[in-house]
Ligand binder design. Structure first.
Ligand code: PBG
Length: 326
């Protein structure tokens, strides 16, 4: 064979690392943390090995464990002490996330991102107020516009507690604009919004719904989360969030939607986040437990793929495992 172009020349040890296009960095990773107001002990999450729900008074200790690995940012999810039709514990001043945020902000240097959604707080498990009659005839399920005010209140209460960034995940039309206005009116102009801008109605969220106890009691989320068949529609969704003031654009799930991550990277000038979701974590663990995959290698390759597709930051349950070797 005679060819002047031999890509293998650059794969030799010592050269390979010089020409690598992307890197995983600990400070691009965001670790999810679950705080549970119904327990006074740490509870392992069975379908997410290595993860736990922690009581509020262990939130700081849990975040310190994350920080020790080199990860600097966490995203907080709460399991409230009680649920109701409106999800009122989501915006309570003494709510589980608000108490945990206050403690973490006071006692650690972590960057605190709070998930803004109602599904963990409503007794029906949907991400907003129900339409009248939704239980009998689950057509539209969530009353979009009536939900906006509740999301805005939740975001403001989290900012008051000390959140650096709020992350609305309910796929309510207009949520970013409503939250931006409410934050600004309350004097939180500097609190950023990381919008779950293109969030799909995905079966990969299964383990999370066990972890956060937020599965819908009836019906599903297909009337508000995106159809997995739609890529072009993601552009429309993301554009709306940009117009409404989103600072960071998130695509969720991650690996099954690399095309969407890449499109958002190329079409918009905002930082892009990818959420490597619970199912993406659980399936690698399950295969590794059987001895079929090398967990560390496939975790690393998953995160590299998300970065290569264009993600600036990744929310991942692997954060603490990967960060020390970054
Ligand atoms: C709340 C929310 C969900 C996830 C993050 N925020 C669940 C859902 O929309 O059903 C899923 C995260 C994961 O699977 O890791 N709406």
């Amino acid at each position: 064979m005679h060819s002047t172009d031999r890509p293998r020349r650059l794969r030799r040890d010592g050269v390979r690392s010089l020409v690598s296009e992307i890197d995983l960095r600990a400070n691009d990773l965001i670790a999810p943390v679950f705080v549970d107001a119904t327990t006074d002990e740490r509870v392992p999450i069975e379908s997410m090995p290595g993860h736990e729900r922690v009581p509020v008074d262990e939130a700081v200790a849990r975040v310190e464990e994350v920080l020790e690995t080199g990860v600097e940012a966490i995203i907080l999810f709460g399991i409230p002490e009680s649920k109701d039709a409106e999800g009122s514990r989501a915006w309570a001043e003494d709510g589980v996330v608000q108490r945990a945020t206050r403690a973490i902000a006071a006692e650690t240097d972590a960057t605190v991102i709070t998930d803004v959604c109602l599904c963990e707080y409503t007794d029906h498990g949907h991400c907003g107020l129900l339409e009248p009659g939704a239980r009998e005839e689950p057509t539209m399920t969530v009353d979009n516009d009536a939900t906006l005010d509740l999301l805005a209140r939740t975001a403001v209460s989290q900012a008051e507690a000390g959140a650096d960034m709020v992350a609305p995940s309910s796929m309510t039309d207009g949520m970013v604009g409503a939250i931006r206005t409410a934050l600004d009116d309350a004097g939180f102009e500097d609190v950023a919004i990381m919008s779950y801008a293109a969030k799909y109605e995905s079966a990969f969220y299964g383990p999370f719904r066990d972890a956060a106890d937020g599965a819908p009691a009836f019906g599903d989320r297909r009337h508000y989360q995106m159809d997995p068949a739609n890529g072009r529609e993601a552009l429309r969704e993301v554009r709306l969030d940009v117009e409404q003031g989103a600072d960071v654009l998130m695509v969720k799930p991650g690996l099954p939607y690399l095309d969407v991550v890449n499109t958002v990277r190329r079409e918009f000038d905002r930082p892009v986040a990818a959420y490597n979701v619970s199912g993406e974590y659980a399936m690698l663990h399950a295969a590794a437990e059987k001895g079929w995959l090398d967990l560390d290698a496939v975790a690393r390759e998953s995160l590299l793929s998300l970065k290569r597709a264009g993600a600036d930051m990744i929310v991942t349950y692997f954060a603490e495992d990967i960060a020390p070797d970054c």
